[in-house]
Design a binder for this molecule. Sequence first.
Ligand code: NAD
Length: 524
Amino acid sequence: MTQELTPDAVKRAPRRKKPSTSVFDVVNPATGEQVASVPDMSAADVDALAARLREAQPAWEALGPAERAKYLLRWLDWIVDHKDHLLGLVHREAGKSWGDASIELMVCVEVINYYAKHGEEFLAEETRRPHGPASLTKKLRILRRPYPLVGVITPWNYPLAMPMMDVPGALMAGAAVLTKPSEVTPVAWAEAVRAWNEEIGAPPVLGCATGQGETGRAVVDAVDMVQFTGSTATGRRIGIRAAERLIPASLELGGKDAMIVLDDAELTRTVRGAIWGGLFNAGQSCVAVERVYVEDRIYDDFLARLTAEVSSLRVGHDGQGDFTAEYGAMATETQIEIVEAQVADAVAKGARVVTGGRRTGEGLFYLPTVLVDVDHTMSCMTEETFGPLLPVMRVADEAEAVRLANDSPYGLAGSVWTSSDERARRVGAALETGGVNINNAMTNVFQFPLPMGGWKHSGLGHRFGGANGVRKYCRQQAFVTERVDLKNEIHWYPYTPRKGAVTEMALRLTGMHDWRRRLGRRAR
Ligand code: NAD
């Protein structure tokens, strides 16, 4: 069944700016079925939407964090009450298994609750103790004021969860938010934004600009701060444009996460962790396990178990609510071609496919795949796959594992599997990544009190987590108040020799660290 979307953006655009009439189709990659027809918004559409959001923002900020939190919770209620409808859209537009789609609801619940609960505390005014005698009469405070309009641009892998990781923090900060979901999967998010604007009585401070890369470009040009999640190539382009516009850009980019399996790891959990970490969502996660390094002593055992369990995964696009498949389709033909090219490159250089390694079915399905005899001359070990490959490499020891794990331009996250706390700490702390998981994979992303962000080419800044997940959408205002009403200050005009001498004496007495300088004596 297809549904026509009429984003509020287009409906409420001012009359003098004609909304774009062009639309594009969103297609279920598992079945080829059309899911929706969505407006392809022009730069003029984006500007009109941005203007409307800006108009609504001051009143939203003035509400204060406690009132804003109430709207976020009301939105969450609507999302949970309509979960089958929303997750159904996710399931179809991304071709996921129902189980993979369902996890997106967890992100909505956790992120909204976290920021609704802590937003007020994170935004609270801070006082600071004055430093130096000249400042003793001052009261020092830090106020946090939002960027009026924040842009949130997201990729296709989690249609609902991706924007949901950013938007609650920005709304809590008091910003208006202009979102741009991926052109591959815009439907569920557009529906969530429609609900904000039409179903829960919230102020119109959340907008959704549907369209291609050009629409995203227009968003970057319309906002005061941009939060981007997506490929490193697009992130770099956005970073450059943001620098030209002198607006901040927070960038969450690609990854090539390594899993290090030490020889004292508990193998049942480790194998299951590798499978979930590498193959959840058909491997299309920024923090997916993309390469596995296993110590020699347990390599054969690990590989045998991994191969058996990967081969037994149920592949398919199960029905809504069915939970009869673990593993669904990939989102785009381009993505499946990247996987095919990496497998072909690896095999040509001597790797072996031990399970999977080909397409299956009618839609965009690629079997979950384990590769062995791999090394760092192969693209599957060095370039982002964003697909269902688990290349497994034998290593002699910890040191070799760490060296290979860090041999990457990316630094998003990584994992270490061991039963020793000491080895976990040593090896984990040696990883050049923004996140480290011990005996788990990808789980750092779901620890909302912790910062989530990539190092090296995986990003700039932190995406969300903790106080920074709200504060990053604010400008700090240094607020200085005089406690004492003096007629004049000692360093104000007019300058006189006496004021100069008194100032120097005060500086010496309070600022010097030895008596000779305090008393103004010269060194011999
Ligand atoms: P992409 O970079 O092609 O597109 C992401 C978004 O940017 C889309 O909405 C797109 O329309 C928009 N866009 C494209 N060109 C633009 C421009 N010039 N200006 C502004 N916006 C523009 O990424 P993708 O293919 O949708 O997603 C896959 C990539 O996302 C992978 O590299 C993956 O690692 C990365 N990703 C990273 C994280 C993370 O948290 N680090 C999470 C998920 C995905």
